[in-house]
Design a binder for this molecule. Structure first.
Ligand SMILES: [Zn+2]
Length: 204
């Protein structure tokens, strides 16, 4: 009986997500820790749970997120969503970087439901990232779904891989931007956007 059940168990195990907790246990041992001591006993499972949450963007996509939230409107002024909290992890060190994203676009007949923009930021942020790519991906997702006259994304973030390792000055903020369409071609549009988000930028 046991022999007959074994292949089933193996198949089930293969289908299940990779057991990250076991790797975390090895990681702890590799750091010279004792994974069996009381404080660390449940750490591997906690780390796995946290990592699965922080990388859940891998199982989400732009179509599913936005398709039910695109609306036809007669509005051609700039739409700005400021101060969207960003929490991501750099792909080079798997350490957090966090800050604010500011997203703006000028509609061309269609808008994205306002509440979906922060969710779009979350979706891309909850993957291993570099700040530059995160910025471009947000702009391109909006561009591809509603074909606006222009889109601009600015992200300001602090990277723990820099701060904690003392690579750069403390409190240094990285600012990235992606400007498309009118935001790239018309200085006035770009300036209007930047003037509206500038009071929020820690770097003036
Ligand atoms: Zn890093």
């Amino acid at each position: 009986m046991a022999a007959r059940r074994k292949p089933t168990t193996r198949r089930a195990r293969r289908a299940a997500p990779a057991p990250l907790a076991e790797h975390v246990r090895s990681l702890l041992a590799g750091l010279g820790e004792d994974p069996a001591r009381e404080g660390l006993l449940k750490t591997p499972e906690r780390v796995e749970k946290a990592l699965r949450f922080l990388t859940q963007g891998y199982s989400q996509d732009v179509e599913t997120l936005l398709n039910q939230a695109l609306f036809t409107v007669d509005y051609d002024e700039m739409v700005i969503i400021k101060d969207i909290e960003v929490f991501s992890m750099c792909e080079h060190h798997m350490l957090p970087f966090f800050g604010k994203a500011h997203v703006a676009y000028i509609p061309n007949g269609k808008v994205v439901g306002l509440s979906k923009v922060p969710r779009l930021v979350d979706m891309f942020a909850r993957r291993l990232q570099v700040q530059e790519r995160l910025t471009v991906q947000i702009a391109e997702a909006i561009e591809s779904k509603i074909h606006p006259r222009g889109v601009g994304v600015v992200i300001e973030a602090m990277h723990l891989c820099m701060l904690m390792r003392g690579v750069e000055k403390q409190n240094c903020v990285a600012v990235t931007s992606c400007m498309r369409g009118m935001f790239r071609d018309q200085m006035q549009t770009r300036e209007e956007f930047l003037a509206l988000v500038r009071p929020h930028l820690r770097l003036g």
